[in-house]
Design a protein. Structure first.
Length: 178
């Protein structure tokens, strides 16, 4: 099967995938977070929370302030991610890669790489100068992927992320697109 990567406008142009996207995106995130993935939630988010997030990102993409990418295998959403431009006027040429969620069933098959590469290309096209992200220090596969795509670590906050009694480093990375 071939991975098909759609952007926010392609998703919105076809009512069928657009209607299912938020539900499928929720399923991926909820499953990953339930398994302990570091996606910004300690407990799986509600369907409504993910739908609201997706709506916000799609609206920002329409305004040129974000990019969203969705990866499909055999018509099934297997991964998604997005970046958002910084809102402050002095930081408009910068954006943060906020989320990348790939279905655990397809880890290691290049889905995360394809989505991230597409998001980087979208950032370049949008005139983003610096794309930043942060990852939990134990998320070694994601950090390895980001480094292989040119991101460099610019800071680390030891023990910053608390999940119950456990503490993890917050690793801050950037990709200079200038």
């Amino acid at each position: 099967m071939t991975l098909i990567v759609l952007d926010a406008m392609e998703l919105a142009s076809d009512p069928e995938p657009a209607a299912r996207f938020a539900e499928s995106a929720h399923r991926i995130v909820a499953d990953l977070v339930s398994g302990g993935a570091a996606l910004g939630w300690v407990e799986p988010p509600s369907r409504e929370e993910v739908a609201e997030l997706v709506g916000h990102v799609v609206a920002a993409a329409r305004a040129g302030d974000a990019a969203l990418r969705a990866g499909y295998l055999g018509g099934r959403l297997v991964g998604w991610g997005y970046w958002l431009r910084y809102a402050r006027p002095t930081h408009r040429p910068h954006a943060d890669l906020e989320k990348l969620a790939v279905d655990a069933a397809v880890h290691g098959r290049g889905v995360g790489r394809a989505l991230t590469a597409a998001l980087i290309a979208d950032a370049r096209e949008a005139g983003i100068e610096v794309l930043t992200l942060d990852a939990r220090g134990d998320n070694t596969n994601a950090l390895r992927l980001y480094r292989s795509l040119g991101f460099t670590e610019y800071g680390r906050l030891p023990g910053f992320v608390a999940v119950g009694e456990r503490r993890y480093d917050k690793v801050c990375c950037l990709l200079d697109l200038r």
